[in-house]
Design a protein around this ligand. Structure first.
Ligand code: SAM
Length: 340
């Protein structure tokens, strides 16, 4: 059962979004409870619907605003950095691949930054061997990605577009890919296990899954979100905060989760990002929502293991640790590679 979510009202400079979007194991702290697997499945379905409502809002402008807020928060171009590191890892994987054709799936392609970062690193011979599937439910963004890829030299016959939600497409993609890329995309799920199992299914034996994301605990506890909102200034702030506390009483509780120094740093950095975003959000066509499925990297590592994938401590033939953290003393931005 869940109370009606509070949304962007009373002038709050950021949109919260439905608490159903947060990682499912944090739902009880957000007042969402269930009894039995049927009720749980219903909540997961509602949660997926809550994400669906923002799909076609993904635009180049959104990405520019993420980059701007990242820079203002002292994170440089965080998504750009993730894509650069993913490209470095992918380059080595592709270069050491012996087969004539290398099939690559880009999950959550958006307007193409991840695929283009990888493509730009490849030599002509490696480029020629690649075949790509761009997957994203945001059709407009996919068209932009296609155009950008063709302009960068990808031939039309090397590319398939899949305008779909990942979970809907995965059953048709079993055992097809040598490399799966997922940058800032798979956190769009409250319940990750089916997604990770399906991703594992998409890989051929010995295939590589390369995930780049923002790992943090903001949505894992309403007290962190309350602390963030308290740092923002707007006219009807007191009324809004009162409503927030009424709706999410756990927001005034102590946080019991054990977090490392690096995790605490990540939580401060994500809060700084949202503060910066709250100052530029007026220009957003459709604002991002604060409550998302971001979680700590351990949750991904555990989930990948359950899905039958192996996460080596270092990447074969590369001098790169795995996971590879991009900011010193922080677990916020990381690239995590898993092998089938
Ligand atoms: C922040 S963008 C990242 C795009 C690109 N990978 C990059 O790094 O620039 C996240 C993308 O994930 C897509 N997305 C959200 N939910 C998804 C889902 N269930 N399946 C596939 N893609 C999804 C969004 O539409 C969006 O284009």
């Amino acid at each position: 059962m869940m109370k009606k979510p509070i949304n962007r009202f009373m002038g709050c400079p950021v949109e919260l979004g439905s608490p159903l979007r947060v990682p499912h194991f944090a739902w009880p702290l957000w007042g969402i409870t269930w009894s039995g697997s049927k009720e749980f499945a219903n909540l997961v379905e509602q949660s997926e619907r809550a994400y669906r409502s923002e799909w076609d809002g993904t635009t180049v402008r959104n990405h520019e605003e993420i980059a701007k807020a990242s820079k203002l928060a002292g994170l440089k171009d965080a998504n750009g950095k993730l894509n650069e590191k993913v490209a470095e890892v992918a380059l080595n994987v592709i270069a050491s691949h012996k087969s004539e054709q290398i099939n690559i799936l880009d999950v959550g392609t958006g307007s193409g930054a991840t695929a283009l970062a990888v493509w730009s690193q490849l030599c002509d011979e490696a480029r020629r061997r690649t075949r790509w599937v761009f997957l994203d439910p945001a059709k407009q963004a996919l068209m932009e990605a296609k155009q950008a890829a063709l302009t960068a030299g990808l031939a039309a016959h090397q590319l398939d577009l899949l305008p779909s939600r990942d979970l809907d497409a995965f059953p048709y993609l079993s055992d097809k890919f040598d490399v799966v890329l997922a940058v800032a995309s798979i956190h769009h799920h409250a319940y990750l296990s089916p997604v990770l199992s399906d991703l594992a299914q998409c890989l051929k034996p010995e295939g590589f899954l390369i995930v780049g994301d923002w790992f943090n605990g903001l949505s894992l506890h309403p007290a962190r979100v309350l602390a963030l909102l308290e740092k923002m200034k707007w006219k009807d702030r007191e009324e809004y905060l009162k409503a927030f506390i009424e709706q999410f009483p756990a927001s005034t509780n102590d946080i019991e989760e054990e977090a490392s120094d690096e995790d605490r740093c990540a939580d401060e950095q994500i809060a700084a990002f949202w503060l910066a975003y709250s100052n530029i959000v007026e220009s957003a066509e459709r604002p991002l929502r604060v409550l998302e499925g971001h979680r700590r990297i351990e949750h991904y590592i555990g989930g990948l293991k359950k899905a039958g994938l192996h996460t080596p401590g270092r990447l074969p033939s590369q001098n790169i640790g795995n996971p590879c953290f991009l900011i010193p003393n922080s677990s916020l931005l990381a690239v995590l590679t898993a092998v089938k």
